[in-house]
Design a protein around this ligand. Structure first.
Ligand SMILES: Cc1cc2nc3c(=O)[nH]c(=O)nc-3n(C[C@H](O)[C@H](O)[C@H](O)COP(=O)(O)OP(=O)(O)OC[C@H]3O[C@@H](n4cnc5c(N)ncnc54)[C@H](O)[C@@H]3O)c2cc1C
Length: 316
């Protein structure tokens, strides 16, 4: 069986969620080809072998900004390689490209899968539903299949394997959109929230934007990204790209520290896939404590500086 995986990269660096998608595909006992695009170092491409890819094809004629073009190329490669399964990460890029690939290949698609398919009786995959509160099993009967893998849902084990790397310049139809420029909004040098292993987040309990220094310091000591609840972004205390939840970004870090956030269902919807949740809140009845692995009932203005000190001492 052959599987192809769409591997995304940002500024030439392979995304963690894509490494996970490659690992997922390789665990299907399949010949796994990773497909990526643009300008990526040969060594970064070969490193995909450690996640289970046997072959990597990088198309330098595509920059990845046109999802239709990328989907067409991925479909063409899957056809050429005789791959019945296409895998992507369930992230911004994967979510955009996977449905187009499914339509082009007349494939059944399951998005946000959290486990390997069970092939003992057909092809059955598990996906998280209701914001991670339940799981549903989908049986896929079409010959071609597309799966998007929920980030951070697998324990990835790397090997010292390496992949053969091929750079190609293959046109995949004329692009219908033209990429003009990329403008960053004050996020330079900061950790990408969706890729971060640890996230320190705060809410309205912090009273005002002037109090975020300790949150940023704690995040920096831990090597974590910062996030916030929606009202905090709406009032303008923090930028909107930090807002997590149902209407914000959905994240699944290994550690999520929530400071002065009530834990409303709309906030939990975006963070309850986190592996370990630590909640700091003055109100012992705050709903967030029900979702927490560890809880501190206390004033953020007393607790957070102590955590900053403790993490600083560990770093020293
Ligand atoms: C359609 C819809 C979509 C939404 N989408 C989102 C979303 O994506 N993300 C999101 O976050 N919200 C979303 N919301 C809003 C959500 O319902 C809540 O209103 C919001 O999450 C509350 O933010 P908060 O916890 O920061 O503030 P609050 O509800 O005001 O809670 C502040 C918390 O801080 C605690 N606190 C106060 N002082 C301190 C202190 N000194 N130390 C420690 N703790 C303290 C309080 O006990 C309280 O629990 C949405 C709402 C709707 C209707």
């Amino acid at each position: 069986m052959a599987v192809v995986v769409l591997v995304e990269n940002k500024d030439g660096k392979i995304l963690k969620s894509s490494n996970e998608a490659v690992y997922y595909a390789s665990q299907m006992d399949a010949d796994c080809t990773a497909l990526t695009f643009g300008n990526v170092d040969d060594s970064a491409l070969a490193a995909l072998g450690q996640f289970g890819a046997s072959k990597v094809i990088c198309n330098t004629a595509i920059d990845g900004h046109d999802n239709s073009q990328l989907a067409l190329w991925v479909s063409q490669k899957a056809d050429a390689l005789g791959a019945s399964i296409v895998v992507t990460a369930h992230d911004h890029g994967g979510k955009a490209v996977a449905p187009i690939v499914a339509a082009k290949r007349n494939a059944g698609i399951v998005s946000g899968v959290v486990a390997l398919p069970d092939t003992s009786n057909g092809f059955v995959v598990n996906k998280a539903v209701f914001s991670g509160k339940a799981f549903a099993q989908f049986s896929v009967s079409s010959d071609n299949k597309v799966l998007t893998v929920l980030p951070n849902s697998l324990s990835v084990e790397t090997t010292d394997g390496s992949a053969s790397v091929e750079k190609v310049a293959e046109e995949a139809g004329a692009s219908k959109v033209r990429f003009k420029e990329f403008r960053k909004k004050g996020t330079e040098g900061k950790l990408d929230l969706t890729e971060a292993e640890m996230v320190v987040s705060a809410g309205r309990g912090l009273k005002g934007p002037e109090n975020w220094g300790m949150v940023e310091e704690l995040a920096e000591n831990l090597g974590a990204a910062t996030a916030c609840s929606r009202p905090v972004a709406d009032i303008g205390w923090r930028p909107h790209h930090e807002h997590v939840g149902q209407t914000g970004i959905a994240i699944r870090p290994n550690l999520y520290i929530a400071i002065g956030i009530s834990g409303a269902i709309q906030h939990l919807a975006g963070v309850n896939g986190s592996k370990v949740i630590v909640v700091i809140n003055t109100d012992p009845e705050a709903p967030f404590f029900k979702a927490a692995d560890y809880g501190i009932v206390g004033d953020a203005f007393e607790v957070v500086p102590k955590l900053v000190e403790a993490t600083k001492n560990i770093l020293a």
